[in-house]
Design a protein. Structure first.
Length: 361
């Protein structure tokens, strides 16, 4: 899984809207965000290194194949040189030139034959020398390629170890964040908020993204979770099961605790609440009159009445409330109240957002 980069900075909100955070809340949120950023960077480097090592291996094997071919060719040339030498010996090539001419039936034929044999021998010698030089050059190239391959493999192994360590630390930090969220829900109180800075630096800015997100800067609607986070579409709208009193009222996105959750469009935060079946949730009223809900969060990044832009992060995913595992419960509603929801997937498609995550259904 690739991790979306995020930088969390503690944000103080009015006490009437959101009670003050305890000292551990911004710290653990910042730690999760920092590890997400670092894990994203290391994962990208790990993948680049893996591809580079594979490409270098192919190059080294190709050069080794060329060297093997060159060695076989050189062996053939050495054999031909030996044949020329033996032929010269059989035809008197070992005699002094004057003696050869005196003993020959036709001196001109003897001269011609000697010249041709000499030329053939010289040609074979030149080929042998050239091939020998090419073999030495190839041997050096193969040695360099194999050294580069070994170096890349060693770097890849080091990155793999760093990646494993980061993933383990991130997992521990995720569950520390979730523990803080669970305490907040148990107390029925949202314990502060954190501001999520966009990767590009400008708050609320949305840049180009693959399908499942914004279609460029200023895009009016985006997915609630970035495809870069590797989400899966789990329980869908109107699903039935033992976890719901009636039917499922939204679309679930299976993601890790701490994954940034985004406002699907511009608007204003209608409500932030903690406790109940939805755990920590944020409801946004959009400029077109529709509402969106983001539930089971581990933390909030906005406060009631706060304006938000399309793609602005409103919180971090978690598993608070009536939840069996880390995910985002997302709804599109006609009103801010439960029961007014519509199927989010067709609604998003109608507004230009195609989700790219895999479906578990």
């Amino acid at each position: 899984m690739l991790f979306a980069p995020a930088v969390l900075i503690a944000l103080s909100l009015p006490a009437a809207a959101v009670p003050a955070a305890g000292p551990d809340v911004p710290a653990v949120s910042t730690e999760v965000a920092r590890l997400l950023t670092e894990a994203s960077r290391v994962t990208e480097a790990y993948e680049r290194g893996r591809h580079a090592a594979a490409a270098q291996r192919v190059s080294a094997l190709r050069l080794q194949g060329e060297l093997d071919d060159k060695r076989r060719h050189l062996a053939v040339l050495h054999g031909r040189a030996g044949e020329v030498a033996r032929a010269q010996y059989r035809t008197g090539g070992s005699l002094p030139p004057a003696a050869g001419l005196l003993l020959a039936d036709d001196p001109e034929d003897a001269l011609r034959a000697a010249r041709m044999a000499r030329q053939a021998g010289q040609a074979v010698d030149r080929l042998v020398r050239r091939t020998d030089r090419a073999e030495r050059l190839l041997e050096a190239a193969v040695a360099r390629a194999r050294t580069a391959w070994r170096d890349l493999e060693a770097r890849h192994a080091r990155l793999a170890a760093v990646k494993r360590d980061l993933e383990a630390r991130l997992e521990r930090a995720r569950w520390r964040l979730q523990a803080v969220a669970d305490r907040s829900v148990a107390a029925g109180s949202c314990r502060g908020a954190a501001r999520l800075e966009q990767p590009g630096g400008a708050r609320g800015a949305v840049g180009p993204e693959r399908p499942g997100g914004a279609r460029g800067a200023g895009a009016p609607w985006v997915a609630p979770v970035s495809e870069a986070d590797g989400y899966e579409l789990s329980a869908g709208f109107d699903s039935t099961g033992k976890y719901w009193a009636h039917r499922h009222t939204g679309q679930d996105f299976a993601v890790g605790v701490g994954t940034p959750v985004r406002s699907i469009g511009a608007g204003r935060v209608h409500a932030v609440s903690c406790g109940g079946a939805f755990g920590i949730e944020v409801v946004v009223r959009h400029t077109n009159g529709w509402y969106s809900q983001y539930a089971h969060l581990a933390s909030t990044a906005v406060g009631p009445g706060q304006p938000v832009a399309a793609g602005q992060w409103v919180g971090q995913a978690g598993t608070t409330g009536n939840s069996t595992g880390p995910h985002l419960h997302f709804e599109v509603r006609l009103t801010p109240h439960l029961g007014s929801g519509v199927d989010p997937l067709p609604w998003l498609r109608e507004h230009g957002v195609e989700l790219g995550g895999r479906s578990r259904r």
